[in-house]
Design a protein around this ligand. Structure first.
Ligand code: SF4
Ligand code: SF4
Length: 178
């Protein structure tokens, strides 16, 4: 059975298959997603602005053209190179400090395994997964354009910028009625 916690843009989808991921010991976390513009806005809207500033300062999150990338951890023990936030017992970040993809993404195998067990949550889970993929993709493009217009010399990565990004994302979430 998958775990589905519907909460709009903060929706959580988890599968028991992830603990024995067919793709390797680190599962999806071997290739962490970007913390893209809309993800940054979401984290700020949940009170994470200072967390982001501290992580950038420490070099665990690195500014790039699409937002932030997560520093990788080198191979160690049973793990290959992976996301720097993957600890031995799983992700060390709470859901409100992660890229939204980390919360709502499930692979086809995980959905199929749940479907084979007759899990009734699968159709709603798939629908939410697809909707969030579309929305976050669209918001990333819109925010990239808005950042280019407001900050032609590039994102300044300060508190004012992050607060503005949080407000921009919040306005879009409201408009999408999520
Ligand atoms: S979602 Fe799929 S690929 Fe990702 S950890 Fe779970 S089982 Fe593995
Ligand atoms: S932030 Fe957490 S859930 Fe996301 S890729 Fe890294 S370890 Fe995995």
């Amino acid at each position: 059975m998958i775990r589905l916690e519907l909460a709009g843009v903060h929706t959580l989808l988890l599968s028991p298959l992830c603990a024995r991921c067919p793709h390797g010991r680190a599962g999806c976390c071997e290739a962490p997603p970007a913390v893209a513009w809309a993800d940054i806005g979401r984290i700020v809207s949940l009170g994470g602005r200072d967390f982001l500033l501290a992580e950038i300062h420490e070099g665990r999150l690195v500014p790039q053209t699409r937002g932030l990338s997560i520093r990788r951890a080198p191979p160690s023990g049973p793990f290959p190179e992976r996301c720097g936030y993957l600890g031995e017992a799983g992700c060390v970040l709470p859901p409100d400090r992660r890229s939204a993809t980390c919360n709502y993404y499930l692979c086809d195998e995980a959905f199929a395994a749940a479907e084979n067990e007759g899990d009734p949550r699968v159709p709603r889970g798939r629908k939410m997964h697809d909707r969030l993929t579309t929305l976050f993709g669209r918001w990333d493009l819109e925010l990239a354009e808005a950042i280019g217009a407001r900050y032609p010399r590039g994102a300044p990565w300060d508190a004012e910028f992050l607060d503005w990004l949080g407000a921009e994302l919040t306005a879009r979430v409201r408009k999408a009625r999520m």
